[in-house]
Write a protein that binds this ligand. Structure first.
Ligand code: PHE
Length: 356
């Protein structure tokens, strides 16, 4: 019995995992284990012998069982300690730096433009980017045969074979939102419509998708003079300096009279500065809304009149933030975005500053 005790107590102490312990348990106190077999021999003993051997065997069995249980607990503790050691985490370490996203210059400028016009009482209106040819052209006094349709390099949507309806277009300008707003609210109107527009064109100064902001003000007593004031107020607020404008007579089918507007600038070693010098840069088209356009929008041209304008947002962003190549806006180059992007919490407002 002493041999058995020594054998199993030492083996249990030396076991390194639960499987080994189970093996030892079966060998010692399992049904056919050595201690169990010894217990079976009790029957053949004399009562006197049994009285000595019985309790001793029981004690041995208990001793082995408790050794097994203790070792099992010790192994579990060791496993937990090992896991705690490897999965240890120092929560007092400073957090790793994470790159924060930035606001794209186009989004930033759109917010700035919106803030300035909102201050002059202009609400924001929006329309779909996929338009019917009626909203994009006809309602704006550009009939089917008009050369402006070809000039605009329009993207047409696909039509199923045999479908004779006129195809939808990707809007070539934000002007269709003029008509949609007239229909929706009637006059008077004072809105801007920022958004994406599309033309099949691609070079250093043209991308197939770009951004415009449309302006429309209709009332009973609105003239070209109001247009000029609004635009000069806008440019001065936007560029943060007094900006002279130059109105050049032009032609758009949807305005009469029409004017293209240049802003004062200087060129020094290839960089442009707005608000100084004696060069001019074209930034928008504008004019008094054509009576036919008012009619198309369900507004009586005898009662109401007003001005409209369309500004290129991308061009404004390039001028204000010194961005040389238009195409970079849409390359999604992270280095470019980090360099030219804006902090996401800096919302442009007139009182807080338009850009920081
Ligand atoms: N829609 C014109 C363009 O895209 C701009 C414009 C808008 C001109 C409103 C006059 C009035 O070129």
């Amino acid at each position: 019995m002493d041999d058995l005790r020594t054998k199993y107590i030492e083996a249990i102490a030396a076991a390194t995992d639960e499987a080994a312990l189970e093996e030892l348990r079966l060998q010692a106190v399992g049904k056919k284990g050595e201690v169990s077999l010894k217990m079976r021999e009790l029957g053949k003993m004399t009562p006197e012998e049994r009285q000595v051997a019985g309790p001793a065997l029981n004690a041995l069995k208990n001793e082995i069982n408790s050794a097994l249980a203790a070792k099992k607990a010790a192994l579990a503790d060791a496993a937990l300690d090992a896991r705690l050691a490897t999965e240890w985490l120092d929560v007092t370490l400073p957090a790793r730096n994470r790159r924060v996203g930035s606001i794209h210059p186009i989004s930033q400028v759109t917010e700035e433009v919106t803030a300035i016009f909102a201050d002059m009482g202009f609400a924001v209106a929006e329309g779909p980017q996929i338009e019917t040819d009626w909203y994009n052209f006809d309602a704006l006094n550009i009939p089917g045969h008009h050369p402006a349709r070809a000039e605009m390099d329009t993207f047409y949507t696909h039509r199923a074979e045999g479908d004779e309806r006129p195809p939808h277009v990707l809007r070539t300008h934000t002007s269709p939102v003029q008509i949609r707003t007239m229909e929706k609210t009637g006059a008077p109107i004072r809105i801007i419509c920022p958004g994406r527009v599309y033309r099949a064109d691609y070079d250093q100064t043209h991308t197939p998708m770009f951004h415009q902001v449309e302006g429309l003000a209709l009332g009973k007593d609105i003239s070209m003079a109001n247009l000029k004031w609004v635009l000069e107020e806008f440019f001065t607020a936007f560029f943060g300096t007094e900006v002279k404008t130059r109105f050049r007579a032009s032609h758009f089918p949807f305005t009469e009279p029409s004017a293209e507007v240049d802003i004062q600038c200087s060129w020094e070693n290839g960089t442009v500065k707005v608000g100084e010098g004696d060069d001019w840069l074209e930034v928008l088209g504008s004019g008094m809304v054509h009576p036919k356009v008012l009619e198309a929008g369900g507004i009586d041209p005898q009662k109401y009149q007003g001005f409209a304008f369309g500004i290129g947002i991308d061009r404004l962003a390039m001028l204000k933030y010194g961005i040389p190549d238009l195409r970079a806006f849409f390359d999604s180059d992270l280095r470019w975005l980090r360099h030219y992007g804006f902090a996401s919490l800096d919302q442009p407002t007139l009182h807080g500053g338009l850009n920081r």
